[in-house]
Write a protein that binds this ligand. Structure first.
Ligand SMILES: Cc1cc2nc3c(=O)[nH]c(=O)nc-3n(C[C@H](O)[C@H](O)[C@H](O)COP(=O)(O)OP(=O)(O)OC[C@H]3O[C@@H](n4cnc5c(N)ncnc54)[C@H](O)[C@@H]3O)c2cc1C
Length: 539
């Protein structure tokens, strides 16, 4: 996956007489990547354009769960849970190197909790059917502590254990883009769509896009243009019609990342009812503990939203209630924030977003712009199938069946345990090991607290289209999300390696480091405090 050949393909199609793409997909998050995979594997020509880096939006900032959503069961949305549980099973089948079964303990401190959650989680098992990850079980106090010794013992009566899936979101995203490209798609990062093109009847028939690196402008034609821009959905819809009504009610969620010792193992904790009626998870991830999340309505989308002080306190407070080793602000290694592109239900006015629909929506504007929005990471495949089915009708494309149900995702490798070195790369890990054996420099670990080696930077630049220090430290590796200070310390060496690979000079490298350090400061609590005085709109 290299940038130059992608640009060459785009230029070639632009030559007169212009040959339209079957689909142009705007947005390189989970949704757009899923559509590109679906369309390419049905044999359609597809171009995916991403304004920033692949996954820079919400898709690298999730709770990292491949799940049915126990919470939606509580809300009575059985069909959503059933669909997500099926997709959870398919994703584990098709990307076994990345999706792993994690046991979750729901601790009970009140007598009625065990039978109540026990029954709910049995239903969760039943709805999964043949796609089940393991049976739930009510545990005694002793069994609960055996499974989760890190729980606060005072007042603990017992627990319920159930199973769900876990993954690395930006790694899966890169693997999906690679899958699409493996099947003939063209995908370009740092390529914003700046205008939509209409035919003489006012119907969308293409886009104008830029290559941000060279400022080259492309005027491209497509039979169908798919808007898969998540929280930016309305911005693209307004390019087609400035007067369209807003569809999206953005809501942000934060996660705090702590040392792995806060959970002591590979079992996660799920708190089904926090003080304000939300669900909170504490999950082991890449040797660390991820705690979250929140659901706070915000006014407008942005790439690097800041956590609100009350969100940080809420997550820490709730974690302290359940963990024997109560975390403090000093324990927070990184804080990251993502924005949910929730679809407004009818007259929803952006009030309490936790009750807005988590289902996906396929919407066709009068201009013929096909928008896919909402849903969740777990259901990206089903969303893509639905979208391409609509695209076939809209663009009068050949009727070709979806083939992603059993499609192996790039990196497919069975029997990968989520530990050891380079496991997230699946089948590609061996190639990175070969690279690392070529020189002692490439085998070098980049920071003593994180497992990443120099060969991963070179690999990211050569075959994963990483263009900046941030791409490498935030999304090709997860250093920034795991430990912001360690990521800052790694930045100069990453910049040096990247500059050598991309043919850039020392000034470029120095600018990259400075830019990354400014960003990474916002992933530390000190940096957040300095950058933010703002308060949430409402809650
Ligand atoms: C806090 C939080 C936790 C979550 N946890 C989970 C979870 O554990 N499991 C789960 O299944 N789901 C989870 N989700 C939901 C899931 O992360 C999202 O549904 C999914 O990532 C949305 O993907 P997307 O592709 O629609 O949006 P995005 O990832 O935001 O992608 C949209 C892309 O469009 C690009 N774009 C915008 N404008 C343009 C333009 N003009 N030209 C080109 N590109 C453009 C953006 O740069 C962006 O990369 C969570 C969400 C949040 C917020």
């Amino acid at each position: 996956m290299k940038r130059e050949p992608m640009l060459a393909q785009i230029r070639e199609r632009q030559q007169p007489p212009q040959q339209p793409w079957d689909l142009i997909v705007i947005g390189g998050g989970a949704t757009g990547a899923g559509v590109a995979v679906d369309a390419a594997t049905r044999g359609f020509s597809v171009l995916l354009l991403e304004r920033e880096d692949f996954g820079k939006g919400t898709s690298s900032r999730s709770t990292k769960l491949v799940h049915g959503g126990v919470r939606y069961l509580e809300q009575g949305n059985v069909s959503l849970v059933m669909e997500a549980l099926k997709e959870r099973g398919l994703l584990r089948q098709n990307a076994p190197h990345l999706v792993h079964n994690v046991p979750f303990v729901v601790p009970n401190y009140v007598w009625w909790e065990a039978p109540f959650y026990g029954i709910g989680l049995k239903l969760y098992d039943l709805l999964a059917g043949k796609y089940g990850f393991g049976k739930s079980q009510i545990l005694s106090r002793e069994q609960t502590l055996e499974r989760m010794p890190a729980l606060r013992q005072d007042g603990l009566r017992g627990g319920v254990i159930y199973h769900d899936g876990q993954f690395d979101d930006s790694r899966l995203l890169i693997n999906l883009i690679q899958t699409a490209v493996d099947h003939g798609a063209c995908a370009l990062n740092y390529a914003p769509v700046v205008e939509l093109h209409k035919d003489q009847d006012g119907f969308i028939d293409g886009v104008v896009a830029l290559d941000r690196e060279s400022c080259e402008r492309f005027d491209l034609r497509a039979r169908v243009v798919v808007n898969a821009t998540g929280m930016f959905t309305d911005e693209i819809r307004r390019m087609a019609d400035a007067k369209v009504e807003t569809m999206i009610a953005p809501s942000q969620g934060i996660h705090l990342v702590l040392d792995g010792s806060f959970l002591l193992g590979r079992t996660a904790v799920m708190v089904p009812h926090t003080s304000d009626g939300r669900v909170l998870f504490a999950i082991p991830w890449h040797g660390h503990t991820v705690v979250g999340t929140t659901d706070t309505p915000i006014d407008a989308p942005s790439y690097e939203p800041l956590p609100f002080e009350q969100e940080i306190e809420f997550v820490l407070e709730t974690a302290r209630e359940y963990l024997s080793h109560p975390p403090t602000r000093a324990d927070v290694l990184s804080v990251y924030v993502g924005i949910r592109p929730l679809v407004k239900a009818g007259g929803a006015d952006g009030g309490k977003t936790s009750s807005l629909s988590r289902d996906h929506t396929v919407h066709i504007d009068q201009s013929g712009l096909l928008t896919i929005v909402g849903g969740k990471w777990t259901t990206y495949r089903h969303m893509a199938e639905d979208t391409v089915n609509h695209a076939i009708t809209l663009g009068q494309l050949d009727q070709r069946p979806c083939v992603t149900h059993d499609l192996p995702i790039h990196g497919f490798l069975e029997g990968v345990e989520p530990d050891g070195d380079l496991w997230v790369y699946g089948a590609d890990a061996e190639k990175i090991r070969v690279l690392a054996h070529q020189s002692s420099e490439l085998a070098q670990q980049l920071h003593p607290d994180l497992p990443y080696i120099a060969a991963e930077v070179v690999w990211a630049a050569r075959v994963e289209m990483a263009r900046t220090v941030e791409d490498v430290l935030a999304r090709r590796t997860r250093a920034l999300f795991l430990d912001a200070h360690a990521a800052i310390a790694m930045a100069p060496e990453v910049a040096r390696l990247l500059a050598a690979e991309l043919g850039n000079d020392e000034t470029w490298a120095a600018n990259q480091v400075a830019k990354f350090n400014r960003l990474a400061a916002q992933y530390t609590l000190l940096g957040v405090a300095e950058a933010s005085q703002s308060q949430p709109k409402k809650d």
